[in-house]
Design a protein around this ligand. Structure first.
Ligand code: FUC
Length: 779
């Protein structure tokens, strides 16, 4: 498409949706002083944090597979021999004994740190003196370009940075509007484990092997910087490149590692310098304009699928940090929330593209050698939360890296299931990383929880529900669900007190309670905690749904049906709250950040006002109890609460918690803070906003998807529109609302099928052919 037509179409699109290009920009009037003020770009694999400095500019670089290496935790072979003893202890009320048996006999030592690491820094020392004027740095989410502009000594400088998914390089384009104004010293470095050298006069190589203070030798990496000046003089000396008096300058950064995702313990044998050089050679033959065009087209292919306008864009002329500060002071700013929503989508596109590793605790953006929690894949909420927005926000293919990792864990997870538990199937615990280990580790409080795998398999089924991809269901979702459930069927035991099937000994992540009958001794393990039972319910019902679609009727399916009928379900306590454990224990931390027992509300679908109203009051009391005692204090915990209240169809509380996420857990660059930075809250928050606008997790008695429109629309968003949100059943939705009510809804079907649209108490039945769309204007 030529540029003019494209520009006209963009204007037309913004007129239709009521959003302008400015609304998708984060911007600031000062350079970043801290990393948490810098702006992220990424192509799924290569990330960069842009500070926007004037005399000196640093760009912190990442490559997703730069990890310190083995040793990793190992399975305790034969640990299962002690598990029956611990189970009996719990059934006999001896909780301290059970914790102690499991801690001593089952958990492996936590071998850490072994972290995801920074690739290094590109340092640019510009030969500039004087006061800059008209300073602005921005991140344009639609263009996926970070840009810094200022005027100094009468020269207008522009610096643009992007990470191209097409060319697999980071591009830094430096321009000035007066000739010969560009003089800069360039270098690459890293906090440890690196060597540098120049090649010819315009290339720097940096290489090494990631380690953790000399231990844990891991991934070998190389990064190369190619400087392509326009005019001026370029010399290379002692690992640096000096450019003086150029009219402009473009830098290309390539990076490669020997990490082999298919077999992490057999590194790739390709020559890293040759891989990097090849990528640089390819781009040096291309015009930067073409690279920008191709980069944007690829980014916008995904990004532009969804538009959101919450009715009031706020003042786009006020810097983003000041708007955030105003929210912290109590103001409402739907425009900034709209920006945060699209930022979530932008971050997912930029950190999780097909073929790459999935987004870790920091996406791909990490400046440390020892990152908080190693920046790993934490599977007791965080890793899953990263992918909560992926289907509903029309980024289905960005789910791929998640599926790939899970499938890679089946083999080691089967070994763990056999060696540690003497169970069939596969198991993953509270965390894992690029080395694909699956053993239970550390303390029972977090480590004794064999449910990372079963929770993650939920995503496979959800992918099917949103896309209707039957091949995926048959070849990927069903097999992995089956492996997860094989483990569960062996793991479950009969509770002699109730005759029901329960999981355990296991923690309700990562909470603790006072052991009954002791002088307030703290313990963690129970038989039949609510979360385990809910995840098992989810797994079983997912498998049965898949089996029905695939017309599988065999002994395994029959076993799952029987187990489901005998499964212990969550109970309501004497104080009216949903019980977190199987008994009414006295809790140690009433405001605990994990709200594991509410899994069945979100991301599960076991509890709903429409179908299980008797649970709703208990759930509300549980959340209120947590919040009254300081719950929601981490970004991800708050993000989870937004989703809970969206599902409870409580717009006021959903909004109150969304606002609290901005007020208490957000940095100036709109990164979520645990604190420290943890990207899950960005994704969980965006998912929560989508969930406030449309929900589709329920089915009616005939198995038809119920699509609920504006189930939790807050008063501050009375008018607005959204396009491109996806629902289960394979529908896509464009919707305009006025005075809190849907006015114009266009619903289209990917594969053909029927659904029930629900607005308040009214229901409309629809039956669409594949590719058909229908407009609804009366409700
Ligand atoms: C979970 C949480 C922590 C942290 C860690 C990465 O275990 O309990 O708060 O977010 O993951």
């Amino acid at each position: 498409m030529n540029k003019r037509i494209f520009a006209i179409l963009s204007i037309a699109l913004s007129l239709i949706t009521g959003t302008s290009a400015q609304e998708k920009i984060l911007w600031y009037d000062k350079p970043a002083e801290k990393w948490m003020e810098a702006l992220p770009v990424g192509n799924g694999r290569l990330g960069a944090m842009v500070f926007g400095g004037i005399e000196k500019e640093t760009i912190q670089l990442n490559e997703e597979s730069v990890w310190a290496g083995p040793p990793v935790p190992e399975n305790r072979n034969g640990a299962w021999k002690s598990i029956a003893k611990a189970q009996a202890s719990i059934f006999n009320g001896k909780y301290v004994e059970a914790d102690s048996i499991m801690q001593t006999d089952v958990l492996s030592p936590r071998i850490a740190p072994r972290s995801y690491q920074t690739l290094g820094n590109l340092n640019m020392d510009f030969q500039l003196k004087g006061e800059a004027e008209n300073y602005r740095r921005e991140l344009d989410l639609d263009k996926a370009i970070a840009k810094t502009t200022f005027t100094l000594n009468g020269v207008n400088y522009t610096r643009e940075v992007f990470s191209s998914p097409v060319d697999q390089v980071i591009v830094v384009k430096l321009s000035a509007d007066k000739p010969k104004s560009m003089s800069v010293n360039l270098s690459l470095d890293r906090p440890a484990d690196f060597e540098v050298a120049t090649v010819g006069k315009n290339k720097i190589r940096m290489w090494g092997q990631a380690s953790q203070k000399g231990k844990h030798p891991g991934v070998k990496y190389e990064a190369q910087l190619l400087a392509v000046p326009n005019g001026g003089k370029t010399i290379a000396e002692e690992g640096n490149i000096k450019v003086s008096g150029a009219n402009g300058l473009t830098l290309f950064i390539s990076a490669a590692t020997d990490y082999n995702a298919d077999e992490p313990y057999s590194p790739l044998t390709h020559t890293l310098s040759a891989v990097c050089a090849k990528q640089l050679k390819a781009v040096s033959k291309k015009s930067v304009e073409k690279m920008v065009d191709e980069h944007q087209t690829e980014h916008q292919r995904l990004f532009r699928r969804v538009t959101l306008n919450l009715g009031n864009s706020g003042d786009v002329n006020v810097p983003t940090n000041k708007r955030l500060e105003a929210i912290k002071q109590g103001a409402d700013d739907p425009g900034l929330m709209q920006l945060f929503f699209q930022y979530g989508r932008y971050l997912l596109i930029s950190s999780s593209r097909p073929g790459n590793l999935p987004a870790n605790l920091q996406g791909i953006w990490n400046q440390h050698l020892s990152a908080p929690w190693n920046s790993d894949f934490h599977t007791n909420i965080n890793f899953q939360m990263n992918y909560w927005p992926v289907e509903i926000c029309n980024l289905s293919e960005c789910h791929e890296p998640f599926f790939d990792l899970l499938e890679d864990l089946v083999e080691p997870g089967s070994k763990t299931a056999k060696e540690v538990y003497n169970c069939d199937g596969f198991v993953v615990h509270h965390t894992t990383d690029v080395w694909h280990w699956t053993a239970p580790i550390g303390k029972v409080q977090y480590g004794m929880w064999p449910f990372g795998s079963s929770w993650c398999t939920q995503h496979f089924m959800e992918h099917y529900r949103f896309t209707g991809d039957k091949e995926f269901l048959a070849n990927r979702a069903y097999p992995i669900l089956k492996e997860s459930i094989k483990f569960l069927l062996d793991w479950l035991s009969v509770d002699p007190r109730s005759g029901k099937l329960v999981s355990g000994p296991s923690t309700s992540p990562e909470n603790k309670f006072y052991a009954p009958g002791t002088d307030k001794e703290m313990v963690r393990l129970d038989m039949g905690n609510a979360m385990d039972q809910e995840i098992i319910w989810d797994n079983f019902t997912n498998l049965l749904e898949a089996a029905a679609i695939l017309e599988i009727e065999d002994d395994f399916v029959a076993d799952v049906k029987t187990a489901l009928a005998n499964l212990s379900l969550p109970k309501i306590g004497s104080d009216g709250r949903l019980m977190e454990w199987s008994q009414e224990f006295e809790e140690v931390d009433a405001g605990h950040r994990h709200m594991s027992h509410l899994f069945g509300l979100y991301p599960g679908r076991q509890f709903s006002e429409l179908q299980t109203p008797y649970y709703i009051d208990a759930i509300n009391r549980s959340i209120d109890g947590r919040l009254a005692n300081g719950g929601g204090h981490t970004g991800w915990s708050r993000a989870w609460i937004i989703n809970f209240f969206a599902r409870l169809q409580n717009p006021d509380k959903a909004y109150e918690n969304l606002k609290a996420l901005f007020q208490k857990s957000m940095a100036d660059n709109l990164f979520d803070m645990h604190p420290p930075f943890q990207i899950d809250g960005n994704f969980g928050g965006a998912a929560g906003m989508a969930e406030m606008l449309v929900q589709s997790h329920l089915k009616d008695e005939n198995g038809e998807t119920i699509i609920q429109l504006l189930p939790a629309l807050p008063k501050v968003w009375p008018n607005g529109n959204v396009s491109g949100l996806c629902t289960r059943g394979g529908f896509t939705l464009d919707m305009k609302w006025k005075n809190g009510n849907p006015e114009n809804v266009v619903i289209s079907s990917k594969n053909g099928g029927s659904c029930k649209i629900k607005v308040g108490d009214k229901t409309i039945s629809l039956n669409l052919k594949a590719g058909e769309e229908q407009t609804l204007t009366r409700f």
